[in-house]
Design a protein around this ligand. Structure first.
Ligand SMILES: Nc1nc2c(ncn2[C@@H]2O[C@H](COP(=O)(O)OP(=O)(O)O)[C@@H](O)[C@H]2O)c(=O)[nH]1
Ligand SMILES: [Mg+2]
Length: 681
């Protein structure tokens, strides 16, 4: 295996490619690698031959379904690129990459402009403290629309946006307006764009601004320094033009990335959390090692991979480190640089600012901190705000014998995806999987098949209904069995009554004069509890019931624990049937965020779902509707909300409480569940 060497912070450039599906991120990454000489020829997304889209799911869908690490070297600099999927449902992979880089390159499709997710990613990158730039790609397709597109971008993202180059020669080339003060462009004036960029840049340095205003020329080195500061502060967000398929503008992009964009040494220091405080971690190679694990994945040959942004210090195969506040010392053995599915080994240490990969260490988990034992152990990552998984399905493996394999496969996938949850539901005992939407879940199931050879069927999850009673009632049962030799005898009289919601089960012994001998009372208690396991309406667990045992009868020879247990169970069930039993359903709190124009549609749709609106807040043309609704009415809400709002709606939910199911709905559920009638065991 060929070895590569580690770069110093000032010679590294880390970027993440963000933007909607189809903007051309993966193709642009391919062009960057080609220009850096890292790959001999460029692959295409449609043929499934790009370095980045190497996973079977990405090839099948012809778009990225995971984030990937790539790197190239040019002009003495190492460029680390993280390509991300553009689908809003797969945004978790894009968000987790933000803490790893200095610069977010937001790629916009020249044909479609600002698309779903573009704004969100632009702002998320800003909140993560990244420098940002916008690449307008696919300029070959509709060159006449570009001036209007620039206006739209400035309108949406604000006054910090300035072109740093312009298309020329009919879109077959670009002219750099940072280094050039004059030239021919397809639209706009190179001189004007240069001046606009220059003037916004030097605004970050009062001294330079004063010198400029008094007619002095600012030399390029100083201008570059100011430019880095302007990008770091979000005061300048450059716009660049490219045609990735023809590699137009890619030299220019690389020039800006290597000469003008922040490096780990000049970027704003990355931040970690200490409790509620944010702590800056300067990119200093001389300090003890601190690294953030921003991605975990599995390689068919190398096993588990943990991808690390080295924040401070340096890392080599022999460095001993720990994770979080664990005391267990770990060693990497080898430090790898990934290039899509391939990898290279580092022949030297990796330094602060670099993105490297460690194989085969199970203790390394997403969004954890690894560090030298001498570095503080109370630092945690400032985790990106991941969307909450609210789209849930129940899965069953097609092959019964696969069940163990399936839960370990799911655990792996959940570990690798911050927006995926999975596991056995403690109430329904189903294996459930929650994600952001249908596409996200579909891709997850494809991964189960492709990686673990697991085929599953999926269906809506069973709602964890509960049962309770709303009245008092009496129950009696006499168990008498005489089969040849020893018989069974137990007779109980009891009463049931409702308890306040959330109290659980209570057993009270009011038996007088040994009508039920005291040694059988625990068995009676157990029998009453047995009756709580499955209620009388539809077999769901029973909550918040008090059972008071007050009388009974025993037999000197035939009475035994099991007889009293069984009798108590059936007496309790009989009593519950007469105590106005009801079904309870989980009610969730919802916070639904939609563009203001959709508020009416959303609230009337909620009414059809038996929901109740609690409040509506409007902020920046965005409405947040707060409501409660039964969980059972929200099975496909994640996808339906997106459909109702053209993709711009999102929501979070959490369990609020349990409430009585309306009678008609209860009858339907009871008929579907069809619980078995009581028969003596
Ligand atoms: N005409 C043209 N097509 C492009 C360009 N860049 C990418 N494409 C095509 O656009 C489609 C989506 O590209 P891809 O790289 O997968 O976009 P991503 O989803 O942002 O990664 C592919 O079919 C590419 O070949 C470009 O500059 N010009
Ligand atoms: Mg892609």
């Amino acid at each position: 295996m060929s070895k590569v060497s580690g770069f110093q912070p000032a010679a590294i450039c880390n970027i993440v490619l963000l933007g909607h599906t189809g903007a051309g991120k993966t193709t642009l990454a391919e062009a960057i690698l080609h220009k850096c000489g890292a790959i001999p020829r460029v692959g295409t997304v449609t043929a499934g031959t790009t370095t980045s889209d190497f996973e079977p799911e990405a090839r099948a869908h012809q778009h990225s379904t995971n984030s990937t690490l790539l790197f190239g070297t040019i002009a003495g600099r190492q460029i680390n690129v993280i390509d991300t999927p553009g689908s809003p449902e797969l945004i978790g992979h894009a968000l987790s990459a933000l803490p790893a880089v200095e610069t977010a390159v937001i790629v916009v499709n020249a044909n479609s402009g600002v698309e779903l997710g573009t704004r969100r990613l632009f702002h998320a990158a800003g909140e993560a403290g990244l420098a940002r730039m916008i690449v307008v790609n696919r300029i070959d397709e509709k060159p006449a629309g570009l001036p209007a597109l620039v206006d739209q971008l400035k309108d949406v993202f604000g006054a910090a946006l300035h072109c740093i180059n312009l298309p020329c020669k009919g879109g077959s080339d670009v002219v750099d307006c940072f280094d050039h003060e004059a030239g021919d462009a397809d639209f706009g004036s190179v001189a004007d764009v240069h001046k606009e960029m220059l003037e916004s840049t030097i605004e970050v340095d009062d001294n330079d601004l004063e010198r400029y205003l008094s007619g002095e020329t600012i030399d390029v080195a100083k201008l570059r320094e100011d430019f880095v500061e302007a990008m770091n502060r979000g005061h300048v967000v450059p716009i660049l033009f490219t045609c990735a398929t023809k590699e137009v503008g890619v030299d220019d992009l690389l020039h800006i990335l290597t000469q003008e964009a922040p490096t780990p040494a000049t970027a704003r220091p990355r931040r970690l959390r200490r409790g509620t405080e944010l702590v800056e971690v300067p990119c200093d190679t001389a300090k003890p090692l601190i690294g953030h694990i921003f991605k975990v994945a599995t390689d068919p040959y190398l096993g588990k991979l943990a991808m690390v942004r080295i924040l401070q210090g340096k890392l080599d195969g022999t460095s001993s480190f720990v994770v979080g506040n664990s005391k267990k010392p770990l060693k990497a053995g080898h430090i790898l640089k990934l290039q899509g599915k391939s990898h290279f080994e580092l022949g030297s240490a990796a330094y602060a600012g670099d993105l490297v990969t460690i194989a085969k260490l199970d203790d390394l988990r997403l969004d954890t901190i690894l560090h030298d034992p001498a570095a503080p152990d109370d630092l945690t990552p400032d985790r990106p705000k991941y969307p909450t998984p609210t789209y849930t399905i129940a899965v069953v493996s097609k092959n019964k014998t696969d069940e163990v394999k399936m839960s370990s496969g799911l655990t792996r996938l959940v570990e690798e995806d911050p927006t995926l949850r999975g596991g056995q539901d403690s109430v329904t005992h189903e294996l459930v999987l929650s994600g952001i939407g249908e596409l996200h879940i579909r891709i997850t199931l494809e991964k189960l098949k492709n990686r673990f050879n697991l085929e599953v069927t999926s269906r809506p999850p069973t709602i964890a209904y509960r049962e309770t009673i709303t009245g008092r009632a009496e129950g009696h049962y006499r168990l008498k069995k005489q089969t040849g030799g020893a018989g069974q005898f137990g007779e109980v009289y009891l009463r049931v009554e409702p308890l306040p919601r959330g109290t659980g089960f209570e057993f009270v012994d009011e038996v007088r004069g040994g009508a039920v001998p005291s040694n059988y009372i625990p068995a009676c208690n157990n029998g009453c509890e047995d009756a709580m396991v499955a209620g009388v309406i539809a077999g769901f667990p029973v909550h918040d019931v008090r059972v008071t045992l007050y009388d009974g009868k025993s037999h000197a020879v035939d009475s035994k624990d099991i007889a009293f247990r069984t009798a108590s169970k059936y007496a309790t069930r009989e009593a519950m049937r007469n105590a106005r039993p009801v079904l309870l359903e989980p009610i969730v709190n919802l916070e639904i965020s939609v563009p203001e124009a959709h508020t009416g549609d959303i609230t009337s749709d909620l009414k059809n779902r038996r929901g109740q609106v609690i409040g509506v807040d409007v902020e920046n043309a965005q409405t947040v509707v707060r409501a409660t609704a039964p969980l059972s009415e929200l099975g496909r809400y994640a996808s339906q909300l997106r459909a109702m709002t053209g993709g711009y709606g999102s929501f979070v939910m959490e369990l609020s409480h349990y409430d009585v199911v309306p009678h008609l709905v209860q009858q339907k559920i009871a008929a579907e569940r069809n619980p078995a009638p009581d028969v003596e065991e």
